[in-house]
Design a protein around this ligand. Structure first.
Ligand SMILES: CC(C)(COP(=O)(O)OP(=O)(O)OC[C@H]1O[C@@H](n2cnc3c(N)ncnc32)[C@H](O)[C@@H]1OP(=O)(O)O)[C@@H](O)C(=O)NCCC(=O)NCCS
Length: 173
């Protein structure tokens, strides 16, 4: 299962991605905008552990973002459970070398379409920190709507933070 986005290719992770991804993932400015389950510092053992945890997903929910031959970042869906199983959170990051080239906008669009067309999902949402202007812009360009501001909903690097709730809902038939 591969999603061709023009500026990048999204494909399931491979063990051989581990070395290449560390170069991009081991970056405090990337970590600062992600959940703490994304380690920092980020070493090869972290990459192998992550890749092993997602490599046999069926259907795939986590994709490497590949630019040229370079595994440059990741994007994935976390479906909810119980009555929220029709809904998934989208999470994403790309190495700073590639920021500002439209890569994540293309990747978010592709994964959102995949979620609606190939998975049984009707809603995809994201929770960027309110000061993550680049991520907010990505979501808006990809057609997500801001549904609210979750005040003091997270703590990162010792600071309590607000998050926006953005969502896309599957278009009707
Ligand atoms: C956020 C992130 C995913 C964006 O990826 P990207 O590939 O650079 O995104 P794109 O190039 O598709 O779009 C970025 C947009 O944000 C804009 N932008 C970037 N920094 C900005 C800022 N400080 N203020 C306002 N807009 C900004 C860019 O100009 C661009 O918009 P434009 O096309 O209208 O010019 C990337 O910076 C990243 O991985 N950051 C660290 C992890 C992270 O924040 N993940 C998201 C967690 S919710």
């Amino acid at each position: 299962m591969e999603l061709q986005c023009g500026v990048c290719l999204l494909r399931p992770w491979r063990e051989s991605d581990a070395t290449g991804i560390v170069r991009h993932a081991n970056d405090r400015d990337v970590w600062l905008n992600l959940r703490d389950r994304f380690p920092h510092p980020y070493g090869t053992a972290d990459a192998h552990a992550y890749i092993r945890s997602v490599v046999s997903q069926s259907p795939p929910l986590s994709f490497a973002i590949v630019v040229g031959d370079d595994p440059a970042g990741g994007i994935g869906l976390r479906p909810g459970t119980d009555i929220e199983r029709c809904s998934a959170e989208i999470g994403y990051w790309v190495g700073r070398t590639y920021w500002g080239r439209g890569i994540m906008t293309a990747a978010v669009r592709a994964v959102t379409t995949y979620a609606f067309k190939s998975l049984d999902l009707v809603r995809v949402f994201a929770l960027p920190f309110t000061d993550n202007a680049a991520s907010v812009r990505v979501l808006e360009k990809a057609g997500y709507m801001r549904e609210g501001r979750l005040r003091s909903s997270a703590i990162k690097a010792g600071q309590v933070r607000d998050q926006y709730l953005y969502a896309a809902v599957r278009p009707g038939p």
